[in-house]
Design a protein around this ligand. Structure first.
Ligand code: FE2
Ligand code: FE2
Length: 327
């Protein structure tokens, strides 16, 4: 990858100042934002066991695929240390602890940390999960790390996170509505509040990239093109189960999400279209040759990907995850 980090540093100085001044619009005050406890049975109360019993009854009624996706989502959230440590190695930004980037990264991580925490507790209480097998997958996912093709480039990383936050918003939102349909209103609320966080985070990262587009349009365009050529891989693409190779469980997890319509190939295209609209890609002028070519590629991509997505068929459901107890 041919990136001039010196040039990036100049641009990022400006962006980091913007982050510092504006991050509060994308974050919620810690004292009043929701916490996992708000959605969980209170173990200090007398009706705790009754509430857990009811939670288990509702969990039993959830379709197998939905449960599998929920576990995959939880493991993905719980691999947060991977994402934080990766983002902390981005170059061309200041590592000043009070600078815009490091401060945003800490606050973003602090909000995200609640997601895995809440879902993990729900799954533990549900009684449907072989927690040890799930925990092994989580430990593997963190130990395996990931390879998302962004290098240490702040532009590519913020484009990646913009995409990812939109993707997690969609998938948590869909799980919320399917859970509701199955009669699990509490789980639906949990996934709903998580989805709300993801939407705010998406707005933040998209805004940061909007700022990059206003000052370094060609390089931003080339970074966007490059990420889309490589395809945006999911953060859990190395997901595995005990005794298996890295990535083996991810396929089954992604298949289940596609079957349920929780996250599909068409969603991928829609996210791309949202980003094109958000960053007003069509109207960006003053591009160099490579930037022009990059824009052409991006503008044609949704139609191409739609054709491919429409031809894709979801694999049939026959996989048994080690994470889920047989009923
Ligand atoms: Fe999250
Ligand atoms: Fe997120």
């Amino acid at each position: 990858m041919n990136i001039s980090y010196g040039a990036r540093r100049e641009v990022m100085k400006h962006i980091e100042k913007y982050m510092l001044d504006n991050m509060h619009t994308y974050l919620k005050p810690i004292d009043t934002i929701w916490q996992p406890t708000d959605y969980l049975p209170d173990a200090s109360k007398e009706d705790f066991f009754q509430e857990v019993k009811e939670l288990q009854e509702r969990a039993k009624a959830l379709p197998y695929d939905l449960f599998a996706v929920l576990i995959g989502d939880t493991i993905t959230e719980e691999a947060l240390p991977t994402y934080e440590s990766w983002l902390a190695t981005v170059e061309g930004v200041s590592n000043d602890e009070e600078g815009g980037w490091m401060k945003w990264l800490r606050h973003w991580t602090a909000e995200e940390n609640r997601h895995g925490d809440l879902l993990n507790k729900y799954l533990y209480l549900s009684g449907r999960v072989d927690m040890r097998k799930m925990e092994i997958s989580t430990q593997y996912l963190i130990a395996d790390g990931f390879d998302i093709g962004t290098d240490r480039d702040p532009y590519r990383n913020f484009i990646y996170t913009s995409f990812q936050e939109l993707a997690t918003n969609i998938s948590h939102r869909r799980v919320a509505s399917l859970a509701k349909k199955s009669g699990d209103g509490l789980l639906s609320k949990m996934c709903g509040v998580i989805a709300g966080d993801e939407a705010r985070h998406a707005k933040a990262y998209m805004d940061f990239i909007t700022q990059v587009f206003t000052v370094d349009q060609s390089e931003a365009m080339i970074a966007f093109e490059d990420m889309m050529r490589k395809k945006i891989v999911m953060p859990a693409h190395f997901l595995r189960e005990i005794g298996q190779k890295a990535g083996s469980a991810f396929e089954h997890f992604a298949d289940a999400a596609q079957r349920l319509g929780v996250y599909t190939a068409l969603d991928y295209v829609e996210i791309l279209q949202d980003l094109i609209k958000e960053w007003k890609i069509e109207n960006i002028t003053d591009l160099n040759d490579a930037g022009e070519k990059a824009r052409d590629y991006i503008m044609k991509l949704p139609a191409r990907l739609t054709r491919i997505a429409e031809r894709m068929k979801a694999n049939s459901a026959d996989y048994q995850f080690s994470w889920i107890h047989a009923m």
